[in-house]
Design a protein around this ligand. Structure first.
Ligand code: CP
Ligand code: NVA
Length: 317
């Protein structure tokens, strides 16, 4: 029996790549979140859906969750993955990125890349005739955002009308959350210290999307203002991978941006705490907050698997 008969219709994505969040249309994200729920409820139904499909994982930076969940996702869908770690090198150091892409497309059906520069992912995407998926770059972490909005939808039933607050560095995770919140009807507030605000171009794109979907996007440096009325309070490390040398200076700059119990108490009573992980207790989050019943950080981590299974089904079916 054809796979499509067993698992029902899977809407293939129109764009071949997920280099940035907006490569998926809003409708595709909504479909993906629904499919992630179905895959999570009935994993066996999809266990052969991608039989004979292979992924190349190219990682310039360390990973626990993203690597594990992509490898497990493709294996649990009947396919497999080959992992390459670029230790002290970047993907284009040994040979041109365009050659890497045109080798890989002869062997595998998809490329999952974690890079320092967004440009590297876009270059792979320009040359590869197979889907290229951004597994984190300096600018975006789209796979994280998909799992996070799936987790929020699971928790609160529906996304429109929710409010999310991001407190901390205006980084890749903040960018992907902003872009998706804005188009999924989730109000969002970002509280970052002066000098660490999100990328202005991405903010402007997110503002346009928020206007179109009738929700709000607030940028502030005041964590208390950001968390007011929030259903979710999200944070991430103050010094992202590649910025370790700035960690000391950043600890000073971000000292008033820790998510504490007091800050959580200023959000809605039912507010959840979110973090993409890895977390630094005593820096961006107090240990008592990440260990509290409000913390859903391991649900987020679990849902990386289900959301990426849905993504692979939509991109590689
Ligand atoms: N959240 C996340 O992407 O984790 P890893 O860096 O461990 O993949
Ligand atoms: N902003 C963090 C996210 C890690 C998953 C980083 O880029 O290191």
């Amino acid at each position: 029996m054809a796979t499509s008969t067993i698992i029902g219709q899977i809407n293939r994505v129109a764009a071949p790549h997920l280099a940035t969040d907006l490569d998926l249309t809003t409708e595709e994200v909504v479909t993906l979140l629904d499919l992630a729920g179905r895959v999570k409820r009935s994993p066996r139904r999809y266990s052969h859906a991608l039989a004979g499909r292979y992924l190349a994982l190219l990682f310039e930076k360390p990973s626990l969750r993203t690597r594990m969940t992509f490898e497990l996702a493709i294996k649990q869908l009947g396919g497999d993955a080959v992992f390459t770690e670029y230790k002290d090198q970047k993907i284009g150091d040994r040979e041109p990125i365009q050659d890497v892409a045109r080798n890989l497309e002869r062997w595998v059906q998809g490329i999952v890349a974690r890079t320092y520069e967004q440009q590297t992912i876009e270059e792979l995407a320009r040359w590869a005739a197979i889907p290229v998926i951004n597994a984190l770059s300096d600018l975006y972490h789209p796979c994280q955002a998909l799992a996070d909005f799936f987790t929020l939808q699971e928790r609160f039933g529906a996304l429109p009308g929710l409010k999310a607050a991001f407190v901390g560095d205006g980084n890749n995770v903040a960018h992907s959350l902003m872009l998706n919140a804005a188009r999924l009807g989730v109000d969002m507030a970002v509280a970052a210290p002066e000098g660490f605000q999100p990328n202005p171009e991405i903010v402007s794109t997110a503002r346009g999307l928020a206007e179109a979907s009738g929700c709000s996007l607030l940028l502030t440096s005041d964590p208390l203002e950001a968390v007011e009325d929030a259903h979710a309070v999200y944070t991430d490390v103050w010094a992202s991978m590649g910025r370790e040398k700035e960690a000391r200076a950043r600890r000073r700059a971000f000292a008033s941006h820790q998510v504490t119990s007091k800050l959580m108490a200023a959000a809605r009573p039912e507010a959840v705490f979110m973090h993409c992980l890895p977390a630094h207790r005593g820096e961006e989050v107090a240990a008592e907050v990440i260990e509290s019943p409000a913390s859903i950080v391991f649900d987020q981590a679990e849902n990386r698997l289900h959301a990426q299974k849905a993504l692979l089904l939509m991109m590689l079916s």
